[in-house]
Design a protein around this ligand. Structure first.
Ligand code: SAH
Length: 380
């Protein structure tokens, strides 16, 4: 039976089982649906009568060379039903930014990491981050999240090894859609990205972290990678640069992380620390940070439970702070290492094209509405 003309089903954002169910409803059999599903993700094949699958088109592309290859930021413009809804709030288009980052691994193999966005804008209000300056426009759907992988793979022809939720947005502020997107990306009959190659990076919304405690205990989810943006040595500094900390302080955050690490079978997690000159870069800050991290430093089977990634601050637009000097970054990493923290500096890539960490965001969109949950979260 030919599908009805209005039966447009896209595999984007769906697991194979979900796609098969959707196809069954319009009279397409499971065998054919599965074949279409696999061809769509593996070969980029858009050819199917019942699907309207193409992800949002790429409207802008910025490439920048670095030591390890070429970093490419690409922007997809959504033609979603609600695209016009934000125009009177000064948002002419719903643009999604993603970055393809080259890395040369230990064995000299070149791999690519895709940095994806989970929201257009962000509600968390971190002072140092470009995306925060936009406020939250809206959360992305599972299809819009997976569409970034599809575009990187089948339009940009990049071989993506790792996916990190370190683009625009706070993944735990859109947790259901992020988890649905991950279920799609890891489906063996489709994109088949290993769970261990996907990392959620979060400001540390404790309510979301508690949900993850349950999620990672489900079959297949234990290896989901986790990164926590600590960014501060104490509550005083963290309150100043990350408003969310006023709702959930560093002690509660640490307790929840300990629980979460246990729940995922003591697999390592990543800690991130944006080093901002004059804000969180003093020797006593290294000491306080090492102290806060002490539960994660205990060597379990001779291994650290967490790597601390020191990210040299990338100035956002109109930044009140400069980027740190190379020597100061090295000193800070060195101090931490002396204190028993397994710390590494993150190489800066894409800073000129505003594609580096914390630099994603549309220039002409500034200080928009914050979602209620955060208002509540930051005022309590
Ligand atoms: N909302 C998530 C993911 C997005 S940001 C989170 O906060 O983890 C990804 C990383 O970039 C975070 O560790 C964040 O702290 C860092 N970052 C944000 N702004 C930055 C900037 N201006 N320079 C360097 N790193 C930045």
């Amino acid at each position: 039976m030919p599908p009805a003309a209005d039966a447009r089903i896209s595999p984007l954002g769906l697991t194979r089982a979900q796609y098969v169910d959707a196809c069954a409803a319009v009279g397409i059999g499971a065998g054919r649906a599965t074949a279409t599903y696999s061809a769509f993700f593996r070969d980029g094949n858009l050819d199917h009568p019942a699907q309207d699958a193409a992800p949002a088109p790429i409207v802008k592309r910025l490439s920048e060379p670095c030591d390890e290859g070429i970093t490419t930021k690409f922007v997809q413009r959504l033609d979603a039903p609600d695209s016009g809804r934000f125009a009177d709030q000064g948002v002419p288009h719903l643009d999604i930014e993603s970055v393809i980052i080259p890395m040369v691994g230990r064995t000299n193999r070149k791999t690519y990491t895709l940095c994806v966005s989970s929201q257009v804008g962000c509600a968390m209000g971190c002072e140092f981050c470009e995306t925060a300056q936009m406020g939250l426009v809206r959360s992305l759907t599972p299809a819009e999240i997976v569409g970034q992988w599809w575009a990187a793979t089948h339009i940009e022809h990049a071989e993506i090894d790792n996916i990190v939720f370190m683009g625009m947005g706070e993944p735990l502020d859109n947790i259901e859609n992020v988890l649905a997107a991950i279920a799609c990306l890891t489906d063996h009959r489709g994109a088949a990205v290993p769970m261990s190659k996907i990392t959620i990076s979060t400001v540390g919304r404790v309510d979301g972290l508690r949900k993850l405690v349950d999620v990672v205990q489900q079959p297949g989810w234990k290896r989901l990678g986790l990164a926590l943006s600590v960014n501060a040595p104490n509550d005083e500094v963290r309150n100043e640069i990350m408003p969310l900390n006023k709702r959930w302080g560093m002690a509660e955050l640490r307790d929840t992380m300990v629980e979460l690490i246990e729940a995922r079978g003591n697999r390592k997690i990543l800690f991130e620390y944006v080093l901002i000159p004059g804000v969180n870069d003093k020797p006593e800050h290294a000491e306080q940070l090492a102290e806060w991290m002490s539960p994660f430093l205990r060597a379990e089977h001779g291994k650290h439970m967490g790597l601390l990634n020191v990210i040299p601050y990338n100035p956002r637009r109109d930044s009140p702070w400069p980027a740190p000097d190379e020597a100061d970054v090295e000193r800070f990493v060195h101090d931490l290492t002396d204190l028993g923290v397994y710390a590494k500096r993150r190489r800066t890539k894409g800073r000129t094209s505003m594609a580096a960490c914390g630099q994603l965001g549309t220039e002409d969109i500034r200080k928009r509405t914050y979602v209620p949950v955060t208002t509540e979260a930051t005022q309590r």
